[in-house]
Design a protein around this ligand. Structure first.
Ligand code: 4AD
Ligand code: MG
Length: 439
């Protein structure tokens, strides 16, 4: 791969590390983002995934064949460049390379995504190439940081990672959004949530979390809905609603702080107003569903007690706060079968949703799980779910049932909020959305 012997060898570095190699001759491997020439001098801007580097060559700095090869290069051609690094305040990253050698790995012509504006459908059709843009790279790095933060945080709280299956025989979050598939002739579904399995694991290990993809055949074409998304789901034996609300608060404070700390440059690339993130410090406000309904009425929204909040309702609520908002005690009727009823009022349950500020809406759903075997069996029937598919889940209440609670936090909605994106389609490398399966 490296440039061969005549010119000697030089260490291969990442562009992100260039500032630590000033005055040295190094090699960089990447792709050409753009090129300009004044006839006597050529400027090649190269990216390698870690940053971009401006490379400058006068006609006499390169062998004639390399000089000519450079002059004909199209956007996204792959290349290996070698040269000496010097400080240059005008260059991105503050470093410039004086080119001494260049090897074209593969010349590209007619790359479809140019710096000019493209429509969203065009970009989505070319998602496999769109990922190379500086903005998309920044978003993917922030995503990776959030995922890392979730895992490190949970590990630090002594929760054990236990993966849940993707093929499941039963529904967790309602039967209307199931993706059906065939499992050697038997009906099966893609998982909507690992929660029920995490509950089983919590009865073994006490504190667990699962982290994986979830699938929902939701006919919702909104800026918050994906068909396939990633969710981290802690489950905690002997914990109550208050315990998990406190856990969520610590998780979000940690995650936002870590992204601010480690991904400042990427937040700049996506033009995030970080002052709004810096305000995300505990304690977060906490209200009951009843109070949320009153707030909607006060804001002039026609909302009937007993309904679930829609996207617009959540937007109205979450715009009223500058940090995440916990809404607890939803009507049992709008929540899944497994929610523990409020002992003080059985119309509502010990559930909690967390709504991200700035109008982003729900990023976490969770609550305390039903403890009683009899009531749980009754709820499964009332929800029209097949009792036999849930026998194993009922076993968790037959053998040492305990109060327990947990939640699920969606990676994409959390990322949309933290990065300040207006649609979840940019939050995952290859989004699966209503009517979009490709690329
Ligand atoms: O509120 P949900 O449906 O809760 C559950 O699945 C529970 N079983 C979780 C648990 O308690 N273990 O989903 C939880 C979160 C949402 O708050 C949201 O962040 C994300 O998952 N989510 C989606 N993200 C993108 N597109 C969708 N269609 C989503 N549906 C849920
Ligand atoms: Mg929910």
């Amino acid at each position: 791969m490296s440039i061969e012997p005549a010119a000697g060898t030089a260490p291969w570095i990442r562009i992100a590390d260039a500032a630590g190699h000033l005055g040295e001759t190094v090699e960089v491997r990447g792709w050409l983002t753009h090129r300009r020439s004044s006839g006597k001098v050529q400027f090649l801007v190269v990216r390698d995934g870690s940053g971009t580097l401006q490379c400058v060559a006068g006609a006499r700095d390169l062998p004639a064949s390399e000089w000519e090869a450079a002059a004909g290069l199209g956007q996204e051609s792959s290349l290996v460049v070698r040269g000496s690094l010097r400080a240059d305040a005008r260059s991105p990253g503050g470093v410039e390379m004086g080119l001494q050698a260049l090897r074209v790995v593969s010349a590209a012509e007619g790359f479809p995504i140019s710096p000019k504006e493209h429509g969203i459908d065009f970009l989505m059709d070319h998602r496999h190439l769109w990922l190379r843009s500086a903005r998309q790279q920044a978003i993917l790095r922030i995503r990776a940081e959030i995922v890392g933060a979730f895992r490190d945080f949970m590990d630090g709280e002594a929760f054990v990672l236990v993966d849940a299956p993707i093929f499941t025989p039963s529904a967790c979050e309602g039967t209307t959004t199931l993706f059906e598939t065939s499992y050697f002739g038997e009906q099966a579904f893609l998982t909507q949530s690992g929660q029920l399995y995490a509950e089983a694991a919590a009865m073994a290990l006490g504190r667990v979390y699962c982290f994986g993809p979830a699938f929902r055949a939701e006919k919702s074409k909104t800026r918050r809905h994906l068909i396939e998304f990633w969710m981290m789901e802690p489950e905690w034996a002997f914990a109550t609603l208050d315990d998990i609300v406190a856990l969520e608060e610590r998780l979000l404070e940690y995650t936002v702080g870590r992204v601010l700390d480690r991904r400042a440059e990427d937040l700049r690339a996506v033009e995030r107003d970080v002052a709004k993130l810096e305000r995300v410090r505990a304690p977060f406000p906490r209200i009951r569903y009843d109070a949320a309904v009153e707030r909607l009425h006060a804001a002039g929204v026609a909302f009937e007690w007993g309904n679930d909040f829609g996207g617009t309702d959540e937007t109205v609520l979450s715009e009223q706060f500058d940090r995440p908002l916990f809404v607890t005690h939803y009507p049992a009727a709008v929540k899944p079968f497994y929610m523990e009823p409020d002992p003080a009022d059985s119309r509502v349950c010990l559930s909690c949703d967390c709504l991200a500020p700035e109008g982003y809406g729900e990023i976490i759903g969770g609550g305390q799980r039903m403890e009683s075997l009899d009531l749980l069996a009754r709820r499964i029937d009332e929800h029209g779910l097949p009792r036999e598919a849930f026998q194993w889940y009922l076993d968790l209440r037959r053998y040492g049932s305990v109060p327990h609670a947990g939640f699920g936090i969606g990676v994409e909605r959390t990322l949309a909020w933290i990065a300040g994106l207006d649609h979840v389609r940019e939050t995952i490398a290859f989004p699966r959305m209503l009517y979009r399966l490709r690329p």
